[in-house]
Design a protein around this ligand. Structure first.
Ligand code: SME
Length: 153
């Protein structure tokens, strides 16, 4: 299965690199170049506002400029983070509270990333202009990518 091979390449790219931003940037570029039919691939990181509440803030990515802040629990990214579960959405326009950064996006996968204590430190987000672009195999493979990435950020 090609995702196993891709995960090995991704691990080689980030392994032993102690710079989280560099790893997120290279991982976004690798995913965008490797997984076909995407219009956006990248990361949002968990930050806290002045009231100490979590929110997602734009991190390294490939694709068009995107929304900078996503409220915890809002849209696909915020929901995946708040519920700490990977989401595959075949039609983002049907998703309640979807945040349309790029009107071209039609389907999406978001996978939470965890820190050492198991806390959600951000999400991996992939968008496609094609409805239902992501199969169950893609979904499982992308969850595997997230497990590789969170070892090195
Ligand atoms: N579509 C996302 C927002 C982020 S962008 O697509 C890059 C969402 O609803 O969470």
């Amino acid at each position: 299965m090609e995702y196993e091979l891709w995960a090995k390449s991704l691990r080689e790219l980030v392994r032993d690199v102690p710079w989280p931003t560099a790893n997120l940037a290279n991982a976004a570029a690798f995913i965008f170049e490797t997984v076909e039919r995407l219009n956006w691939a990248g990361f949002y990181r968990t930050e806290r506002n002045e009231a100490g509440e979590p929110l997602l803030v734009l991190g390294p990515f490939q694709g068009r400029p995107a929304c900078i802040e996503i409220p915890w629990g809002r849209g696909v990214c915020g929901t995946a983070a708040a519920q700490d579960r990977p989401l595959k959405v075949d039609d983002v326009h049907e998703f309640p509270g979807h945040i349309a950064c790029d009107a071209a996006s039609a389907s999406e996968v978001v996978v939470p990333l965890h820190g050492r204590a198991g806390e959600v430190i951000g999400v991996l987000d992939l968008d496609s202009p094609e409805p239902a672009r992501f199969t169950e195999e893609d979904f499982a493979g992308l969850i595997g990518f997230a497990r590789v990435i969170e070892e090195w950020i």
